[in-house]
Design a protein around this ligand. Structure first.
Ligand code: HEM
Length: 420
């Protein structure tokens, strides 16, 4: 019998924000999944950690018992619930930190803007940004893969989607970027969170401008001119939607694409295989999503006292759903610690599961494809300088790279309507 059954708490000292987790997460998740698929960590005030695929998916699909709702009081800074552990002291993200029935109207309000057809209309933009960014550096034979390419492309697409000024992408991306990789108990965390206020202030200014202008094809303008469930959004809701969409948009696809390119650099035979079989790219992409899980895990809040597989959980308990651990569960994925770019039936949960499953998954897939195509076509021979590359100091939220210098055979600029 599993030791978790019939006991209140199976204690572990798991801390997804720790340096140990950053370097040792695969072994740490394996050990927990095997022994305590639902464990109790004594860190951050105590929380449950679900690591088996079965537990993660069952809890994610039971949104009535496992709530995402966050309460934040800007006057006092008091924060409760939401999808991070510890809770992030900024305005909640919408729709991700709302429960049914509130969530239904919110997701319904934006669904159409993320549908496959809408996403396709941004493909040419993603390609344009990718080409312009490579043009900027191609003659030099060197760039920082993250800061000059895989970071800016998703950030610029997100700016366009939101209706924010494209040239300000770095000012938007940097504070959010730093917030997701700074551990919440780091001495500079309050300052890092303070820097995010600028992002909201700029969203509010641009939203005020769209209120005065005829409707345009972007999200802030859409919010300004359309009703959700028979009423306009409040400014607070506009900022909460912006928070979720900008954070979702800027770092995740960057992490995925950087990891994929690094893997292909380290495995030249695999790189050749992919270059010779472009039809394989969608399968490879899903495997990179499974293997690297750009979002390692997110939280839920127990909505009422309940029993989960013999474990007593109490209202208000916090739970960490470890997508990354579920994605390496050997009961679901054969050879989970190996990348199989042709893996059949890949039921990964990198985009989550249940009602909050990622609305931006089509955007992520499209941006990934465009970035890979640009690199493959123009600098397939790039070499990574690992000595000067750095992972995020904390991968508990996003499993990404902070910097990755690369070198390549210098090439020529190509014709492009955008000059950066
Ligand atoms: C590789 C890239 C991405 C990954 C791995 C990823 C992962 C996730 C995950 C795991 C969730 C579930 C959250 C939960 O259950 O609490 C989620 C939700 C969400 N994502 Fe993504 N995401 C990616 C890209 C994007 C992009 C590009 C956008 C926007 C442009 C986006 C916007 C959102 C939003 C708005 C939600 C909330 C959906 C809801 O609550 O109904 N994501 N994402």
């Amino acid at each position: 019998m599993n030791e978790a059954i019939g006991t209140r708490r199976c204690p572990v000292h798991f801390d997804h924000e720790s340096a140990e987790h950053t370097t040792n997460w695969v072994a740490e998740f394996d050990a927990m999944r095997e022994k305590y698929p639902v464990a109790w960590s004594d860190r951050h005030g105590g929380f449950w950690v679900a690591t088996s695929y079965d537990a993660v998916v069952r809890m994610a699909k039971d949104a009535e018992s496992f709530s995402s709702h966050k309460h934040f009081d800007p006057a006092t800074g008091h924060v409760e619930g939401g999808i991070t552990i510890p809770a992030t002291p900024i305005t909640r993200g919408l729709p991700v930190e709302a429960d049914k029935p509130e969530w239904d109207a919110m997701r319904g309000f934006i669904n159409r803007r993320f549908a496959p057809k809408a996403v396709e209309s941004y493909r040419a933009d993603a390609r344009l940004y990718a080409t312009a960014l490579l043009n900027r550096v191609i003659e030099t034979g060197a760039m920082d893969l993250v800061n000059d390419f895989t970071g800016p492309v998703p950030a610029m697409v997100t700016m366009k989607l939101m209706g924010l000024p494209l040239h300000e992408w770095r000012q938007f991306a940097d504070p959010l970027h730093t917030m997701v990789y700074t551990a919440k108990d780091a001495p500079n965390y309050a300052e890092v969170v303070g820097d995010v206020a600028w992002v909201f202030q700029r969203c509010a200014e641009e939203y005020a401008r769209y209120l005065q202008e005829p409707e345009q094809d972007n999200l802030l303008s859409y919010f300004a001119h359309n009703d959700m469930d028979g009423r306009r959004l409040t400014l607070e809701e506009v900022l909460a939607f912006s928070n979720n969409i900008i954070i979702g948009g800027v770092d995740t696809t960057t992490a995925l694409t950087t990891h994929a390119l690094a893997y292909l650099h380290d495995h030249p035979v695999e790189r050749e295989r992919l270059l010779e079989n472009p039809a394989m790219l969608p399968f490879a992409r899903e495997e990179f999503l499974r293997f690297y899980s750009p979002i390692h895990g997110l939280a839920r809040n127990v909505a009422h006292d309940l029993e989960y597989d013999g474990i007593d959980m109490h209202k208000g308990d916090r739970v960490f759903l470890a997508w990354a651990a579920a994605n390496r569960d050997p009961d679901v994925f054969a050879k989970p610690h190996a990348i199989d770019m042709a893996r059949p039936s890949n039921r990964h949960v990198a985009f989550g599961s249940g009602i909050h499953r990622c609305i931006g998954s089509n955007f992520a897939r499209m941006m990934f494809e465009e970035m890979m195509a640009e690199i493959f076509a123009r600098i397939p021979d790039f070499e990574i300088d690992y000595e000067n590359s750095r992972r995020y100091p904390s991968v508990g939220t996003i499993n990404g790279w902070e910097t990755m210098p690369i070198r390549f055979a210098p090439g020529s600029r190509v014709e492009c309507s955008m000059v950066l």
